[in-house]
Write a protein that binds this ligand. Structure first.
Ligand code: ARG
Length: 576
């Protein structure tokens, strides 16, 4: 097993816990004693607020406890000094030599110092999950982008991640689509743009069914035939799936997203009856007006129908069967579902029923708000449905203009390739840099801003930092960077080193909170820290030794930026 790195917070918390135990022994519980990074160097680099909580237990003033700890704590190589502030905060100032040695250990570490607490642990991640014969809507796009970032974060932390694209390939819409397909299909359109054409016939058939009872009856009949395994309808259904998956695959490729499994809801069909039997056996289901229902009043939730009066099963039934299958097959520590906010009730209901059925695996619903898109950019047809591909095309087109302005002498093929990475990166970053649970308004100006918190800004920062090494080699062909030492010569370097060592903690906290935006914020601040470093100290003009050290530090910063952007699924071209 690989050597596990400890984060700065863990190192300091362990030390503080031992120091408090040495002073007060069994009288206190130190398991909650921790430290937090400070925002202001005047209050130290990290701070421990434990004296406040312990004061209540020990019935001693917090300031007295903090003073005693500072006076008696055993020395630690990471710590230069301690100070007590305010009512009893313990400010921790890190030792420069230790900082340098820790950052030096990051040189050449492709993991950016991130430990692997997930080793031997499994997480199932259910994301993207669009519906067959319908275009992906903005909810599926956000689910794909956010879900994939979480997937990447958990993998970096050492988890075995089972990324499952739980596509909606079974449901009442198929009767309607089959009728639409038989009556309204335009073959040429189907060849050119299958999902669009399938959706067109779906909408047309749906509208007709709403107005025409006879049509509706025929749709239902086709659905029943499909469910009974009618060969002709089954063949059509399979064709719809193949066409849709083909189109989805193109989008996933553009987004750099890959799944371990693509199991549709239909995969669990033959488990549905057993699910119902289990619900009945446990006395959880009651017939009401012909439908089989699980009443969840005592849990403060509305009733959940698990079998309709016509015998059809519901979304919740399918998800229940899916949980059992996943638990059996993968024994995951948790299952994470990423969808838009409109499904909160569904997940609450089926999580609650899962518990009642004895599922112990942790189930988490990660939901996000809707994203408002620039209307003029899309030909919006039905309701909120937009096509992601138009968004990506437009992003690449705009990025190409940007790059052609900033690097006119770059070969066109190169500019196209960089524009692809920058355009896609801009769209992803615009999504991921926001707290997922707020309504986000997407604007091109913000997404592509070179001077603000955007994907392109970070990609440019990366390319600039990475080029420092090349410039160095050009100017000092005999310089030996490998042999050089990392030095800490001033506050700007110190600040950057502390930031670099926070990366692993940020990844762990972001994964835990399911918030890729925490990684984005961190990267933006790191890039800003680098900018002020770059503006305030000489690099190539610095004296020998210091020069090499600064170039080395740039290398570590570039590596962490790259690692971090990769977690967000954003590529880092070496030249922009
Ligand atoms: N296909 C569903 C939809 O588009 C999302 C599925 C989410 N995953 C799940 N296991 N329910 O609304």
């Amino acid at each position: 097993m690989q050597k596990q790195l400890t984060t700065v917070t863990d190192t300091l918390a362990t030390w503080m816990q031992a120091a408090f135990t040495a002073l007060y022994g069994e009288a206190i519980d130190v398991s909650g004693v921790g430290v937090v990074a400070t925002g202001n160097a005047a209050f130290g680099d990290y701070q421990c607020n434990a004296a406040m909580g312990l004061a209540k237990v020990l019935k001693v003033a917090p300031r007295v406890i903090a003073d005693r700890l500072v006076a008696e704590a055993p020395p630690h190589e990471a710590v230069a000094r301690l100070e007590v502030a305010g009512p009893g905060f313990i400010n921790i100032f890190l030792a420069d030599a230790w900082l340098v040695s820790r950052v030096a250990a990051l040189r050449g570490d492709p993991r950016g110092g991130v430990p692997q607490p997930g080793q031997g642990r499994t997480v199932v991640m259910d994301y993207s999950s669009p519906n067959i014969a319908k275009p992906m809507h903005i909810g599926h796009i956000r689910s794909t982008i956010i879900g994939n970032a979480l997937d990447r974060m958990y993998r970096l932390l050492g988890y075995r991640v089972i990324a499952d694209n739980h596509i909606g390939d079974w449901g009442t819409q198929f009767g309607i689509i089959i009728m639409g397909y038989r009556n309204f299909l335009d073959r040429t359109a189907l060849e050119q743009s299958p999902i669009e054409e399938l959706e067109r016939v779906y909408v047309k058939s749906y509208e007709r069914a709403k107005a025409d009872e006879g049509w509706m009856t025929q749709c239902r009949r086709e659905l029943v035939k499909l469910q009974a395994g009618d060969p002709e309808n089954t063949a059509l259904w399979k064709q719809f799936i193949a066409l849709s998956l083909g189109e989805f695959a193109r989008i996933y490729k553009r987004l750099g997203v890959a799944f371990d499994l693509v199991r549709g809801e239909s995969f669990y069909n033959d488990r549905l009856a057993a699910m119902i039997a289990l619900l009945e056996e446990k006395g959880l289901a009651t017939i009401s007006e012909g439908a089989l229902c699980v009443f969840l009043e005592e849990d403060g939730l509305p009733v959940c129908i698990v079998r309709k009066s016509d015998g059809g099963y519901n979304y919740a039934t399918s998800d229940l069967a899916t949980v059992f299958s996943r638990v059996e097959e993968f024994a995951p520590e948790k299952i994470v579902y990423v969808t838009d906010e409109r499904q909160q009730l569904h997940f609450k209901q089926f999580f609650t029923i899962s518990r009642k059925l004895g599922v112990e695996t942790r189930l988490d619903h990660v939901w996000f708000g809707l994203m408002r898109l620039p209307d003029a950019t899309f030909s919006t047809r039905q309701g909120n449905v937009i096509k992601l591909e138009h968004l990506l095309d437009e992003a690449e087109r705009r990025a190409f203009e940007l790059i052609s302005t900033s690097s006119p002498d770059m070969k066109e093929a190169c500019r196209r390739e960089v524009a692809r990475a920058v355009g896609i990166g801009a769209v992803k970053y615009a999504d991921l840099s926001q707290n997922p649970q707020t309504t986000v308004t997407f604007t091109w100006d913000k997404a592509l801003a070179l001077d603000g918190n955007s994907g392109p800004y970070l990609q440019y920062a990366y390319a600039r930092i990475a080029s420092v090494r090349d410039k160095y080699s050009e100017r000092f062909p005999d310089g030996d960077l490998e042999a050089a030492d990392l030095l800490l010569t001033g506050p700007a370097e110190r600040d950057l080193m502390i930031r670099l060592l926070r990366f692993p903690e940020v990844v762990m906290r972001a994964a835990d909170a399911y918030k890729p935006s925490m990684v984005a914020d961190y990267l933006y601040e790191l890039a800003q820290g680098y900018s002020s470093f770059y503006q305030n100290v000489p690099f190539l003009k610095a004296e020998t030794g210091i020069r090499e050290s600064r170039v080395l530090l740039c290398g570590v910063i570039a590596a962490v930026l790259r690692r971090g952007l990769d977690l967000l699924g954003i590529e880092t071209p070496e030249r922009i």
